[in-house]
Design a protein around this ligand. Sequence first.
Ligand code: ADP
Length: 201
Amino acid sequence: MVVGLTGQIGSGKSTAAKILSSMGAVVVDADHIGRDVVEQSPPLIKKLVREFGNQILNESGNLNRKRLAALAFQNYQSRQKLNDLVHPYLLKELRRQCRTLLKTHELVVIDAALLLDWELDREIDAVIVVHASQQVRLDRLEKRGITRRDALARQRVQLPLSEFRRRADYWVTNNATPNALRLKLENIITIIAPKLLTDRH
Ligand code: ADP
């Protein structure tokens, strides 16, 4: 089965992905795939050069991701343009990886902040939303070196919480300890992929 894991920034989505992985699930990380396709897909690099100019390449003709990010994150429009170009490649690769991994794994987890924006909930078996209160999210991000201001700016471009709530099959509140999060996830796995837990004992 394929399960999507999503939530607002700082909610603990990546932490949940690590826990699920320790339980035997295989995790497909959308951010990671995004970085790979940007570097490894010549047709995409061509489109990016057409949009952002030769300056995004370094001397040897390879993509300079830092320069691309600096240009694309200057304003909302260019960031949108980057996403519009990259996301189709990302999604194609993400679907391919899920198909392949499903052949050998009981549970494939897609870790993606934009899972619902991409409407992947229409094609997967279940959606787990990890949630934490705004104060907890901001405190955690601050500890990770992301300022309150940046965190709020990132949060503003995400879907409203009501949308996460409406489209979640499982709602996991992560305001307490990582161990409490683990227990909640274990309960969900008991329902959706019990074989995963029994196989491990
Ligand atoms: P997201 O992927 O949703 O942005 P992360 O999983 O990266 O969130 O979590 C944000 C930060 O909060 C990380 O530094 C992580 O270690 C920490 N964190 C996550 N869950 C907990 C928890 N239950 N208790 C304490 N810290 C946590």
